[in-house]
Design a protein around this ligand. Structure first.
Ligand SMILES: Cc1ncc(COP(=O)(O)O)c(C=O)c1O
Length: 493
């Protein structure tokens, strides 16, 4: 599939026929984007409440959305979220955090783009589960999502990720892949995406390998635009109620930039400012810079093809040490006691903070910066995302405690971490993007996509204009029609 051709029709009918009979025999129905955006209206009939959300069950395809209850329970009426107020953040603007940790099988929302990237191929006859191997290039969560979807479909899924990612990611993969050879470790860590691309280029020489590159697949953009955008809008409308609250800013760290697409949706509805967060040690947007960091899942030394840069309003850099150290503060008894006794953090806020993974902590800090910079008041909300939860970083916390707190993480250390990384969040490393800044960031993508990855200049440049992105989103109903037609063929409309 070319980067720019999302299917609006069937590409290969012979492959489609095989895929239909395969999914029919396996009794697999594919949910549409619209159904995943509003599952209560569309999907609950197909979703028994007692499905094991952590197992590769077909029913879990119907749970790839924001409406799962926390703690592996059933469904909720409003997507799971929490609100942090001034006593925690120091800013007047309420910060609404969407919990991505309740997505099935991987405890992170990245299973959503994985599903989207594969489903567009399945319904258009571009992926035969009996023949193709799905290759999932990632820094960890997307490839876990891909392996989970592949397992449900009964096809081979291969994870390609840097060797330096958290042990929890590898432990999960080892349990889920059919063959250890289906975990391919590339050199480096979080910011070494070029090495992943090189491996994928090598793998693509074999025709049965289908590379599902989240950084350039527009299905990733579209599913977040529709599904995550709708979920955030729902949460916001409930939090707002009858008040004058506005949705001033949306903050998301950029890995593939898929999540940021929901900002495009919110901007259309609410005029929301879109804030892209990256690691300060790898300031690609801020400085066209590079470097190693540990905010796993984001900051990959390049500008993804699916990032709508010309619609992005702010770039914000967060230091990885802040995420490492706050993760220890939020998740240790000492840290939690300190926050409660010294600063009166409510118990439920402390519990909520422990649900943030590293990039979620980065998003929280970037939200505070944005609120400070813009001087947002209490009737101007910021919404952000916890892509995964603190549970995925236990091993990281253990090594941070050993390396950075050799005398133990005691109350003094807790006070230092709080003062340095939370209390002192300031307006440094934030850039309000002018037209010229946006062009600078956009142009940087040329070297990855046109020079290295062979995207045509015409296709690359088309993305400068909002008409391109609007055209993409207008294609969502057609994609849903194709999914529905496919389900009719398998006898599961
Ligand atoms: C933990 C974590 N945070 C943030 C992101 C970034 O999300 P996106 O790829 O949608 O930009 C990822 C992506 O893999 C992730 O795994």
């Amino acid at each position: 599939m070319r980067h720019f051709t999302l299917p609006s029709d069937i590409v290969d009918s012979a492959i489609l026929e095989k895929t239909v009979s395969y999914l029919k025999a396996a009794k697999i129905r594919l949910p549409t984007f619209g159904e995943l955006a509003e599952p209560a209206m569309n999907l609950t009939r197909n979703t028994p409440d007692d499905t094991d959300i952590n197992a590769p069950n077909v029913e879990n395809l119907n749970r790839i959305h924001w409406y799962n209850a926390p703690n592996e329970g059933g469904l909720v009426d409003v997507p799971d979220h929490f609100i942090l107020t001034k006593e925690v953040t120091g800013v007047d603007a309420p910060i609404i955090v969407m919990n991505g940790g309740n997505f099935p099988m991987i405890g992170a929302h990245k299973v959503l783009p994985a599903y989207a990237c594969l489903v567009v191929r399945l319904i258009s006859g571009q992926f035969d589960p009996n023949y193709h191997r799905a290759i999932w290039p990632s820094t960890g969560n997307y490839c876990r999502g891909g392996v989970a979807i592949s397992k449900i479909l009964g096809c081979r899924g291969v994870a390609v990720l840097p060797e330096g990612m958290s042990q929890e990611r590898f432990d999960w993969l080892e349990d889920w892949v059919g063959d250890p050879a289906d975990i391919i470790r590339t050199p480096g860590s979080e910011s070494n995406v070029k090495e992943i691309y090189d491996k994928c280029a090598e793998l693509s020489a074999e025709p049965s390998n289908a590379i599902l590159n989240q950084f350039s697949e527009f299905a990733n953009y579209l599913v977040h635009y529709k599904v995550t955008g709708t979920a955030i809008d729902h949460v916001f409308s409930v939090v707002k109620g009858d008040s004058d609250l506005s949705l001033a800013a949306f903050v998301a760290g950029t890995g593939s930039s898929g999540t940021l697409a929901s900002g495009d949706y919110l901007k259309k509805l609410h005029g929301t400012k879109i804030v892209a967060m990256e690691a300060r040690e790898c300031p690609t947007m801020l400085l066209n810079g590079y470097g190693e960091h540990n905010i796993q899942g984001i900051g990959d030394k390049h500008i993804p093809l699916i990032h709508n840069v010309m619609n992005t309003d702010f770039a914000v850099g967060i230091g990885h040490e802040s995420c490492d150290h706050l993760s220890v503060l939020f998740n240790t008894k000492v840290g939690q006691k300190y926050l409660n006794k010294r600063w009166g953090f409510p118990k439920q806020s402390i519990k909520a903070l422990s649900r943030l993974g590293h990039s979620g902590i980065g998003n929280l800090l970037a939200s505070i910066k944005t609120a400070r910079y813009l001087g947002l008041g209490k009737d101007q909300a910021v919404v952000t995302i916890a892509t995964d939860s603190g549970a995925l970083y236990k091993s990281e916390r253990e090594s941070t405690e050993i390396d950075d707190f050799p005398h133990g993480f005691d109350m003094i250390a807790a006070g230092e971490v709080y003062a340095q990384h939370l209390r002192a969040v300031s307006c440094d490393y934030i850039q309000e993007l002018s037209h010229q800044d946006r062009c600078r960031i956009f142009n940087l993508g040329y070297f990855t996509w046109v020079e290295q990855q062979g995207v045509s200049l015409e296709d690359f440049d088309a993305r400068r204009h909002q008409s391109f992105w609007n055209g993409l989103t207008e294609g969502i109903p057609r994609l849903d029609e194709l999914i529905t037609e496919f389900n009719c063929k398998t006898g599961m409309p």
